[in-house]
Design a protein around this ligand. Sequence first.
Ligand code: DX5
Ligand code: ZN
Length: 231
Amino acid sequence: MHTSPKKKAKGVLAPSILNANFTNIEEEIELLVRAGVKWIHLDIMDGNFVPNITFGPSITKQIIELTQQNHWDLFFDAHLMTENPTFWAERFVEVGCNLITIHAEATHHLDRAVEYVKSLGVQVGVALNPSTPLENVEFVLPKVDLLLVMTVNPGFGGQSFIDIPTMYEKITRARKLCDKWECKLQVDGGVKLSNIGMLKQLGVDVFVVGSEIFASEDKQEKIRLLCKEIC
Ligand code: DX5
Ligand code: ZN
């Protein structure tokens, strides 16, 4: 029986608010919502796992509450670039995050940590730093909802995509693993209008974009152009 080629699923744009104007965060998020954004990527950094500190559970709580007061229906993905991921996972679930992504490099017992996050009743993701092999997460993929392949060294927005052949090989192999275990493939770091289409071709599902949006003169137009490439 002739089966039509598998229709490529639409990609999801996940703006990182790391580089947003936090003195005007409600307006910044409203702009994303008006542009059709449904998924917000929260970069949580503890100054230990990465050489930077961003925001914690209390600021996150205020952000989520303001979106609820505005009846903006958003999905909050907390990317924990922290030591002690299970401790922080609990705190970010308490304030309303929907998906918690922990770094494979941040725990000696990844399977136990993944099970713990799942026990909190939210979606769970595992993240890999650029030099960490896929093999480090292969045996937990059946349990996770998302695999995050870092395409910059974590800690800062505005960096350049690590544009080397092994990064593309990693993403391609990650796609095959995500097909096998039915989890989403997310990339994060240095994603721009210039490379997002190519990443979609490689099979990425969720695209974290920070500075490309927040450094733009016309954020809504930039979001429209990015979505055109992946949706
Ligand atoms: C880096 C963060 C990324 C980053 C994305 O550690 O995990 O989410 O903020 O920002 P851009 O898109 O500017 O690289
Ligand atoms: Zn991130």
